[in-house]
Write a protein of this length. Sequence first.
Length: 275
Amino acid sequence: MNTDKWEYVKICITALVAFSVVLSSYLYRSKIHIAGLEKDLTLAYTKIQDLKRLEAINNKQRSEIVRLNSEAEKLKKKVEDVEKLTKQVQILTEKTFETSLSYRRDASKYASRGGASLDEVYKKFNSLEKDIDNQKEQLVQVRSHLEILYERKLSVPAGYPVSGYISSGFGWRRGSFHSGVDICVNRGNPVMATANGTVSYAGWKGGYGLTVIIRHNFGFSTLYAHLSKVSVNAGKRVARGDVIGYSGMTGYATGPHLHYEVMVNDKPVDPRNYL
Ligand SMILES: [Zn+2]
């Protein structure tokens, strides 16, 4: 081999070595780069998965808020209906008792309309709760008035203490005042209280003979005279219809009958208005 050829071969080998060094370093760097890219991709994928999961939760929450909002709307309509009824009952109560009840008329104003954010739904439920509380308060007032009315109904004398016809009425007769009515009845018939109250007298009372007096609420009292037997003691609570004694003709009586009196603030009134 001559010198020129040898030189050529040397140059070729050097070039080849240099080229392979460059190539291998390039390949090495590419490998690192690809590994980095792979890592980035994995991270991005995980992030996408997380976002999808969050989106699903968010959608679920949004539909839950929509559902709660429509529940609140339905409840609001019901509360408004009850509110109308409460107001009607209040007006009737005020007319009946000639009194005035306290009102909270702005109760049905709602802070939000139509929206469906969680905050608005909370506001709706809160104002609904307040409305329900207000209505409850107003109904309690109405109830206490009705309780008085019911108590009055039970306390005002009503009906006959015995069944029979009236043989002598209330008022002046033959120069003397007859302070009750005489109900014609045979001896031994049960005599019943005509209203709820407390027995204030039970025993002998001059010309009245065996007598029971019952004190009721609202200034009313009733008296049952000429009894053959008394079956209650003073202080006993009685209800309308309870047997308090038996008919007879004790005291000043020409025949068996029940002398029955109704008094308002201790003044006798015509019992026929309460029979
Ligand atoms: Zn009489």
